[in-house]
Design a protein around this ligand. Structure first.
Ligand code: PLP
Length: 243
C-alpha cells in the first residue's frame, strides 16, 4: 500500500492535517464500517448465544495474530485490552506493589502510564528527561534506580517530544523488569518483543513480566504479565495502527 492509498482511507485528511496520533487519532473508513456493521448486527440480533461468542473469539484470535506479527512475537503472548491505560493498569495491579517498593518512571509519560504508576501504591521516582536526548535520558533513568526498584515504567517513544528510548539497552543494563508503553511506537517504528527478556510494550500496548509478578497475575486472562522466561504484550482491542 502506498502512502497515498493509506491516506485515502482517512476521510478527515481531505480537510485537515491531522496531527493527533494518540487516543484521539483519526478513524479509517474500513474501521468505522466494521464498527458500524457490528453495532447494527448487535442491535438486530442481540449480543448473546454460542454463535455470537464463537464469532467474537474468532475475531479476537485473528486480531492477536495480526498484532503478534507486528510485534515479532506469537499470538499467545498478546492480550487484548480496551486501551493502553488498561494494559498498564493490569500490569501494575498484578505486581502488588507496596510503599517500600520503588517504580522508576520519567517526567515525559502520558497519563495512560503515569496514572497507573502513581496509583500502584509504590513509591515513584521520576527521572527528568523532558529536555534530554535518548542517551542522556537512559542515564537519567538509570540514576534513579535504587536497591528498592521493582520496576522501570517508560514509553518506547515519548509522546511529548518524540524521543525514542532504547528500552532494550535499559533492560540489558539494569536487568530489572521493564513496563513499556508502546502507544506511540507500535505501528510507527519497528518493535521486536522477542529481543526483550521481560516486558514490552506495545501498543498497547503495554506488557510486563517481572520478578515480582504474582502467580495470580501471571495467569491473568488479560495476559499482560508473562510466565518467567516469556515475553508478552497487551494491545487495546480497538488498537489503531498508529497513535
Ligand atoms: C504514550 C501514550 N501512552 C498512553 C496513551 C493513552 O492511550 P489509551 O487511550 O489507549 O489509553 C497515549 C495516548 O495518546 C499515549 O500517547
Amino acid at each position: 500500500m502506498t502512502f497515498d492509498e493509506a491516506r485515502a482511507l482517512f476521510p478527515v485528511l481531505e480537510r485537515v492535517a491531522y496531527l493527533n496520533a494518540g487516543s484521539f487519532g483519526p478513524l479509517a473508513s474500513p474501521t468505522s464500517e466494521v464498527i458500524a456493521d457490528q453495532l447494527r448486527r448487535d442491535v438486530e440480533r442481540g449480543r448473546a448465544g454460542k454463535p455470537y461468542v464463537d464469532e467474537m473469539q474468532e475475531a479476537r484470535s485473528a486480531l492477536r495474530g495480526l498484532i503478534a506479527a507486528l510485534l515479532e512475537t506469537t499470538p499467545e503472548h498478546v492480550a487484548l485490552t480496551s486501551s493502553t491505560t488498561d494494559g498498564c493498569n493490569i500490569v501494575l495491579a498484578g505486581l502488588g506493589l507496596r510503599p517500600d517498593d520503588e517504580v522508576v518512571t520519567t517526567d515525559a509519560e502520558h497519563f495512560g502510564l503515569a496514572g497507573p504508576v502513581f496509583a500502584s501504591g509504590a513509591t515513584v521516582r521520576v527521572a527528568r528527561v523532558q529536555e534530554l536526548g535518548p542517551e542522556e535520558a537512559i542515564e537519567a533513568i538509570v540514576a534513579e534506580i535504587t536497591a528498592r526498584t521493582r520496576l522501570l515504567a517508560v514509553s518506547h517513544v515519548l509522546w511529548s517530544n518524540g524521543v525514542r528510548l532504547d528500552v532494550h539497552a535499559l533492560k540489558e543494563r539494569t536487568g530489572l523488569p521493564v513496563l513499556v508503553d508502546g502507544a506511540q511506537s507500535v505501528g510507527a517504528v519497528p518493535v521486536d518483543v522477542r529481543a526483550l527478556d521481560s516486558t514490552l510494550p506495545t501498543s498497547t500496548r503495554c506488557a510486563s513480566r517481572g520478578r515480582g509478578t504474582s502467580r495470580r497475575s501471571r495467569s491473568s486472562p488479560a495476559g499482560a504479565t508473562c510466565p518467567e522466561g516469556e515475553r508478552c504484550a497487551s494491545i487495546p482491542a480497538g488498537s489503531r495502527s498508529r497513535r
